[in-house]
Design a protein around this ligand. Structure first.
Ligand code: GLY
Length: 368
C-alpha cells in the first residue's frame, strides 16, 4: 500500500492509505493504529449489498468489536431525521467516548457519519473508507462533515478530521460510468487549481481514466489526495487557499440545486461550473484565450449525462446569492488566471456571470 499524510497541528495529523483489495485488512490496521477497540460502521444499502461482511474476519482476528448501521442510499439521507436516528442507535448500542465511527460509502455516508462522529458526545474519532472516486479524491480528506437542510445543502456541519483514510481502489471496479465521471471532475479540478503537470497528465490519460485503467486511476487518486492533503494542511478552515477547491462549485452548486441533485450529479455540476467559471475568468481578462481553450477542450471531452434543459440562467443567479460562499453579502469566485494558478474575485459584473452561465446552458454539453 502507498501512504500519504495530512499534516495538522495538535496531534491531529492523519494518514491516507491507498491500496487495491485492502478492505479485508482494515481491522488489523485499526488494531495497530487506533486506541479504541469498539467501532460503529455506517454504510448505505447499496454499498452493504456489495460488501456485506467484508470487514468481519479482520475485525474478529484483531479482536475488535464492530456494529453496523445501514442507512438508505442517496443524497436525501443526509438529513436531520437520519442524523437523529443515528444518535438514537449510538445510544442504544451504548457507544461512549472510547468508541469510533467508520464511514464506509460515498460522499453522503462520509458527510453524515462524519457529522455524527463530530457531534456525538462532542466528538468521537472516525475513519473514512470511501467507495466512490469522488469521495476518495475529495470528500474523505479534509474533515468537512455535515448534513443538508431542506433549504440549503451542507449548511449544518462541522470540521472534524478523520483519524485515518483507507482507500481501496478495487471498489472502483463496480463504479458506474456516471459516478466515475463525477469523480473525474474533482481530479481534473486539482490540475486546474494547483498543478499544471497533473493537468497535462489528465489530458494525456483522459481515455484511460474513462476506461478505469487501474494504473492510471491509482496515480490520479494518489496525486489528487496529495494535492488535497497539502491544501488542507496549509488552510484547514478555509481562510485562504482551501477556497481554491471551490473552483467550479459556485455556479456548479446552483446548477446541482436546480437540477434537484439527480438530473445533474455533483461532479457533473462541477464540470459545467468549471467551464462557466473558466469562461468568466477569460471574459474578465484574467485567463488567456489559449489557456481557456485548453481547459475547455479537456472538459468537453468528458461525456456528461447531466440533463440541463429547462434551467433558467436567472434562477441560477438567484440560487447563487444563497451560497455558503457569500461573505458579508458579497459573492466570491475562485477563478483560474492560468492552469495551476488561482485568484479570488468578489462580485464580478453580474452581466458577465450570467453570460458565462448562459454559454454553458445554451451550448448543452456537446463533446468535442
Ligand atoms: N470539497 C472541498 C473542501 O474539502 O474544501
Amino acid at each position: 500500500m502507498q501512504s500519504l499524510k495530512v499534516n495538522l497541528p495538535g496531534n491531529r495529523s492523519y494518514p491516507i492509505y491507498v491500496g487495491t483489495g485492502c478492505l479485508d485488512k482494515l481491522g488489523e490496521m485499526l488494531r495497530l493504529y487506533m486506541k479504541t477497540s469498539k467501532f460503529i460502521l455506517i454504510t448505505d444499502e447499496q454499498v452493504a449489498s456489495h460488501y456485506s461482511g467484508v470487514f468481519l474476519p479482520s475485525f474478529e482476528k484483531a479482536k475488535l468489536h464492530l456494529d453496523t448501521i445501514v442507512v438508505p442510499a442517496g443524497e436525501q439521507t443526509k438529513n436531520i431525521e437520519t442524523y437523529h436516528d443515528l444518535m438514537t442507535r449510538f445510544l442504544e448500542l451504548g457507544a461512549a467516548r472510547d468508541w469510533a465511527v467508520i464511514a464506509f460509502g460515498g460522499g453522503v455516508v462520509g458527510d453524515l457519519a462524519g457529522f455524527a462522529a463530530a457531534t456525538y458526545m462532542r466528538g468521537i474519532p472516525f475513519v473514512q473508507v470511501p467507495t466512490t472516486l469522488l469521495a476518495q479524491v475529495d470528500a474523505s480528506v479534509g474533515g468537512k462533515t455535515g448534513i443538508n437542510h431542506p433549504r440549503a445543502k451542507n449548511i449544518i456541519g462541522a470540521f472534524h478530521q478523520p483519524a485515518l483514510v483507507w482507500i481501496d481502489l478495487a471498489v472502483l471496479r463496480t463504479l458506474g460510468q456516471r459516478d466515475l465521471i463525477s469523480g473525474l471532475a474533482e481530479v481534473i479540478k486539482y490540475g486546474i487549481i494547483h498543478d499544471r503537470d497533473f493537468f497535462a497528465f489528465c489530458e494525456k490519460n483522459r481515455t484511460l481514466l474513462l476506461e478505469k485503467d487501474e494504473h492510471v486511476l491509482s496515480d490520479a487518486v494518489l496525486r489528487s489526495c496529495a494535492i488535497k492533503a497539502d491544501i488542507v494542511a496549509r488552510d484547514e478552515r478555509e481562510h485562504s487557499v482551501r477556497a481554491f477547491l471551490n473552483f467550479g462549485h459556485t455556479i456548479g452548486h446552483a446548477l446541482e440545486n436546480l437540477g434537484g441533485y439527480e438530473r445533474i450529479r455533483h461532479g457533473e455540476a462541477v464540470f459545467l461550473g468549471m467551464l462557466a467559471e473558466a469562461r468568466l475568468s477569460t471574459q474578465l481578462g484574467l485567463l488567456s484565450q489559449t489557456e481557456y481553450q485548453r481547459i475547455e477542450r479537456l472538459l468537453r471531452q468528458i461525456p456528461l449525462q447531466a440533463v440541463i434543459e429547462g434551467i433558467e440562467p436567472d434562477r441560477v443567479m438567484e440560487v447563487m446569492r444563497h451560497d455558503k460562499k457569500v461573505q458579508a453579502g458579497r459573492l466570491r469566485y475562485v477563478l483560474p488566471i492560468s492552469i495551476g494558478e488561482m485568484h479570488i474575485i468578489e462580485e464580478p459584473d453580474p452581466g458577465l456571470v450570467r453570460e458565462a452561465v448562459l454559454h454553458v446552458l445554451n451550448d448543452g454539453w456537446v463533446c468535442r
